[in-house]
Design a protein around this ligand. Sequence first.
Ligand code: PMP
Length: 282
Amino acid sequence: MILLWNDTFISEDELRISKDDRGYHFGDGVYEVIKVYGASMFTAEEHIDRLYESADKIKLIIPYTKDVLQKMLYDLVETNNVIDGHIYLQITRGVVPRQHYFPSEGIEPMLLAYTKEAERPLNQFEAGVKAKFVEDVRWLRCDIKSLNLLGNVLAKQEAHEEGCYEAILHRGEKVTEGSSSNIFGIKGGVLYTHPADNFILNGITRRVILQCCKEIGIPVIEEAFTREQTLAMDELFLSSTTSEITPIIEVEGNRIGSGARGQWTEKLQESFEKKLPQAIGI
Ligand code: PMP
């Protein structure tokens, strides 16, 4: 497999990561995951825009234009002959002996991108998954797609240990998002989801879903809902680049709606599917 290392394509055994990379010391960097369908990147511009926004929020300057980066990612997908899968891309503040404050000028950020072949979890899109509530103890800048994912990792592990696919995070009673996804509820034909503020990552899939709602005519209320309201939803689902639209059919032993994928979720999946570079069929 070929990797993108800064602006160079290298083989995996050529990769040399320094002990002094600030990604290791501090998780001081940002990342993106971009899905590839039928050899084409999906919503690449949106992901690249968000990467630059995240970088800007942590005062990290990416030393390439967006166009140059997009072209390098395009070449990476082509070189690795990825048909269905994704690109993982991260950029750290660079290599410098450990000190908390930023390095002085002249230290270049370190970019690494690789590809992974992965089939779409079609079964899961229909069968749905179980989830567990976990208190959201992360910091107050969840809008940044930061490499610091310890809060997310601990929540996911807690869910995983109970046989759940996802942790539904909540600050007090209010549900924010999943440990690696956004959360949506449908009640009486209306879609509810947390507003895109500093408490959640504004998912690219979330944005596509809100567009689908507009097209289908599903009213949307971007307002946080409580744990109690979560359990009383007719339908519940999560979204992410790799999980797309995945129904949540059970939360801590409580069946959501009928306990199976709901009709609105299915409609949204169909609408989402139509936007993919190559419709593959659910
Ligand atoms: N929230 C969090 C915390 C995430 O990690 C992710 C996935 N990276 C999302 C939401 C969904 O974002 P996207 O749809 O852009 O993958």
